[in-house]
Design a protein around this ligand. Structure first.
Ligand SMILES: CC(C)(COP(=O)(O)OP(=O)(O)OC[C@H]1O[C@@H](n2cnc3c(N)ncnc32)[C@H](O)[C@@H]1OP(=O)(O)O)[C@@H](O)C(=O)NCCC(=O)NCCS
Length: 377
């Protein structure tokens, strides 16, 4: 390392890529997707419209949207062979099964390293892998071939329909659609970064997306909403929240659904999903509100005390997207063991677009490391 290069644990504060896809303004609590406020998109658009926006850097007109929706639906159908592969590999935790199935399908499709190949071919491979997510989750969950979803209203509805086994009601679809859009992309998060790193080696796009799934599975990234429900179950009643939180923090444990690497104010996705949850008025909303308040109070107390002790600025810890996700997805009828796979069903779209962007202007990722071992004797 030269004298100018400095080790940054977790690459915190390091700019690793340029992207036109999304921007997280952690100070202002703002999330932008290709020049649009992500919250506005989530409240007013469909998954396919936002997917098109990321892909083409503009929203589609009605004709383009119709064509894109049809293309995504067609690309999203598993072949007979792929259904058999999925049925064989649907073992263990659903997101691990998802990872294995996607990887196996990419091999089965004989995807080749992208280097020195025609970009239009690679574009199709990426779209096709991302579009498969709803049917992959359906096979993992149901253990049988996907059912027909006649005259469905798009990606979000097909996803929920596959899980519930019947046409879902419009309110549940709207809630899930909002969630899927809000979580579709998020700057240089860990899984997106890892997908781009794999793509940067020239590997096939299946390898890049499979990498993203592996990275997403950790509880510090995409695995938190299931444990959030476990936490709400564990607390049980609102008046027990404060003591429960105190016990967790005293025990040195992390509270799932709180804290974020980039946001220093409210995560706009969490605020939007809280509104969705309040609108759904499910049985957990009141408890969730009380728990959120108790956690925020305690975390703020601790962070202030720590900052005073160390003589540094207070680092605020706020609610993140995973907390209210848990409440919204449960109310929409998605079982908690599928929460991470649901996250994957939206983020896989973002990974695909980042992989395209990486390929379009590639530079192999190869950071340095600081050697801390002994010198040669
Ligand atoms: C998301 C997360 C990994 C971001 O972490 P980060 O920016 O790297 O911050 P750090 O892990 O360095 O934590 C900074 C400090 O805040 C504390 N902290 C952060 N999140 C916390 C949480 N949810 N509960 C309790 N303490 C927390 C850490 O213990 C640490 O304290 P210390 O300096 O005394 O050791 C972290 O906030 C976390 O673990 N959250 C819980 C898991 C979660 O909700 N994940 C989903 C993210 S969308």
């Amino acid at each position: 390392m030269t004298s100018e290069t400095k080790f940054s644990p977790g690459l915190e504060g390091v700019v690793a890529c340029e992207t036109r896809l999304s921007h997280v303004d952690g100070e202002a609590g703002k999330l932008i997707f290709s020049g649009h406020n992500a919250v506005d998109l989530a409240e007013n658009k469909t998954v396919e419209e936002v997917w098109f926006l990321l892909r083409h850097n503009r929203l589609p007109d009605a004709k383009e949207l119709k064509a894109f929706r049809a293309k995504v639906e067609e690309a999203g159908k598993l072949t007979e062979d792929e259904v058999k592969i999925a049925l064989k590999l649907r073992v263990g935790e659903p997101l691990s099964a998802f990872r294995s199935i996607l990887s196996a399908i990419a091999s089965h499709r004989k995807l080749k390293p992208w280097l020195n190949r025609d970009m239009s071919e690679i574009d199709e491979e990426i779209l096709a892998l991302s579009a498969l997510a709803p049917q992959i989750v359906e096979v993992i969950h149901k253990g049988k071939r996907p059912i027909r979803k006649a005259r469905n209203n798009g990606y979000a509805e097909r996803y929920l329909w596959g899980i519930n086994g019947r046409r879902p009601d419009a309110e549940a679809v709207q809630a899930v659609e909002t969630y899927l859009i809000l979580t579709m992309d998020h700057g240089m998060n860990a899984s997106t970064f890892s997908a781009r790193v794999t793509a940067s080696t020239g590997a096939d796009v299946g390898a890049a997306i499979t990498t993203g799934i592996g990275t997403l599975s950790g509880p510090l990234h995409g695995g938190a909403p299931g444990p959030v429900l476990d936490m709400l179950d564990g607390i049980g009643e609102a008046d027990k929240a404060e003591q429960w939180v105190e016990d967790q923090l005293t025990g040195g444990r992390r509270i799932m659904g709180f804290g974020h690497r980039v946001y220093r104010t409210d995560d706009p996705r969490a605020l939007t999903l809280r509104r969705v949850a309040e609108h759904q008025s499910g049985f957990r909303v009141d408890l969730a509100r009380e728990v959120e308040k108790a956690v925020l109070d305690k975390l703020s107390e601790r962070q202030k005390a720590k900052a005073a002790r160390l003589g540094v600025a207070v680092r605020p810890l706020r609610v993140n997207v995973e907390f209210w996700t848990a409440v919204v997805l449960e109310h929409a009828g998605i079982p908690r063991e599928l929460f991470s796979s649901t996250f994957c069903t939206s983020r896989i779209i973002g990974w695909g677009e980042h992989v395209r962007e990486q390929i379009g202007n590639n530079k192999l990722f190869r950071p340095l490391s600081e050697y801390t071992g002994p010198d040669v004797e």
